[in-house]
Ligand binder design. Structure first.
Ligand SMILES: *Cc1c(COP(=O)(O)O)cnc(C)c1O
Length: 429
């Protein structure tokens, strides 16, 4: 089949994320990917600014992850996790427990980020059930959050701007508070904490947990906030017997400049969700980590945790994750991502002079250009491809989260492309 035929079939047959079947968005046919470049079928090479949505942190086609997975395939790719276990899963659990906050010692593997959130919410509900508080079945969460596309995960996404508002009637009602005020170093606002306290005082009998993306609210607006809010939240959760759940699916494994966003604050959550970069972006896998209080609480009096996906602990996925985490361990992650932050700041700075740009912010390997007006993705996506880069804006946000192996000249090209595209886009429209 030639390229045009493939693209035509794609339009007829395939749903892509958040797209219409009757007015399909342009999709570009990929033939290969290597390091920080995605190669299109027509031979064009695009510098990758997205890490395929936070996941491909070591770049594409990495020899050591390739080797690990190839070896595992020749041994076995999957066996059921009920009644059976294997070294790839055990080794991975050991790595995760040693790299995450100390109190998180118990690991539940699942298929994707959204499912790991479902698992976290179920753990919290089941924990309170075994503690004799079965009315604690709901969750509190800040607006502007994003926790995935499955039903319980959707119920804790931003109720208005989240991508799921049409499902509101079908979702479990949850308790929303304002998003944490933005600004990494802005002083903590007492009024914000007071809002949460008032909610907790009124509703703690219903509340099993508080779920939040630590330090950066990602898909809900790329909002950066002062990590001290997390310390204060921990104290409030303890006071009102509410479990604290951190969703580190986007921020985990170095993205914010520390190994986990949690490391920017002084406390530890009860439950943590990991996904996306866990396998270096090779294959889907997620993990929900819990502390002993939750894990042993659920298990007391013969209790069992009620979840068990078919592909739990998939050995092939675990082998990719083991190789990816070995690479993470081989970097000095704070230095490596710290350098990326300063390159991003430098590369995006010229955009400040553009009228269409409202603000620019960087943290770790995340660079955000916020515009005054949302862009039309169908129009702007091909403009980036013309510039030789792969960048996928969202609403008013043009953002970069490149693989950690990207070079300074490549980041300069990404910054240059953003400048050019914003300038052209706004002079056209
Ligand atoms: C992407 C994401 C999810 C959902 O993960 P999937 O693997 O897409 O199901 C959940 N939470 C956060 C913070 C995410 O960024």
């Amino acid at each position: 089949m030639n390229q045009a035929q493939l693209i035509e079939l794609d339009k007829q047959l395939l749903w892509h994320p958040y797209t219409s079947m009757s007015h399909p968005a342009p999709h570009f046919l990929v033939k290969g990917a290597e390091g920080c470049e995605i190669e299109l079928a027509d031979g064009r090479k695009l510098i990758d600014g997205m890490s395929s949505w936070w996941s491909v942190i070591h770049g594409y086609n990495h020899p050591s992850i390739n080797d690990a997975m190839t070896q595992q395939i020749h041994s076995f790719s999957h066996v059921m996790f009920g009644g059976l276990t294997h070294e790839p899963a055990i080794a991975l659990a050991q790595k995760l427990v040693s790299m995450t906050p100390e109190s998180l010692q118990r690991v539940f593997f699942s298929d994707s980020g959204s499912v790991s959130v479902e698992v976290a919410l179920k753990m919290a509900i089941q924990y309170w059930h075994t503690q004799g508080l079965p009315s604690k079945q709901h969750f509190a969460t800040p607006r502007s959050g994003y926790h995935g596309d499955t039903f319980a995960a959707m119920s804790v996404c931003d109720p208005v701007n989240g991508m799921h508002s049409m499902f509101n009637q079908a979702l479990t009602p949850q308790y929303f508070v304002s998003p944490p005020p933005t600004g990494l170093t802005e002083p903590v606002q007492e009024a914000y904490l007071q809002e949460i306290r008032i909610l907790f005082e009124a509703e703690h009998h219903q509340l099993a947990g508080f779920i939040i993306e630590p330090v950066v609210q990602n898909a809900g607006g790329m909002r950066f906030y002062n990590p001290s809010y997390l310390d204060e939240l921990r104290a409030l959760c303890d006071e009102f017997d509410i479990l604290l759940i951190f969703d580190e699916i986007a921020t985990g494994f170095g993205r914010t400049g520390k190994l986990f966003a949690t490391n920017h604050c002084h406390i530890e959550p009860d439950i943590m969700c990991l996904g996306k970069a866990l396998t270096g972006g090779y294959i889907t896998l997620a993990a929900t980590l819990a502390n002993d209080k939750v894990a042993l609480g659920i298990s007391q009096d013969g209790g069992v945790f009620m979840h068990g996906p078919t592909f739990m602990g998939n050995a092939l996925a675990c082998s990719a994750a083991n190789a990816s985490l070995d690479l993470v361990a081989s970097y000095d992650i704070e230095n490596k991502v710290g350098a990326l932050q300063s390159w991003l700041e430098e590369a995006l700075k010229p955009c400040e002079s553009l009228d269409a740009v409202a603000s620019i912010r960087c943290l770790g390997a995340i660079g955000v250009v916020e515009l005054h007006q949302p862009v039309n993705l169908h129009e702007i996506q091909p403009m980036f491809v013309e510039q030789g880069v792969w960048i996928r804006p969202f609403g008013k946000l043009i953002y970069l989260m490149p693989p950690y192996v990207i070079t300074k000249p490549q980041i300069e090209q990404l910054g240059h492309a953003i400048y050019q595209v914003i300038e052209t886009y706004h002079s056209d429209s």
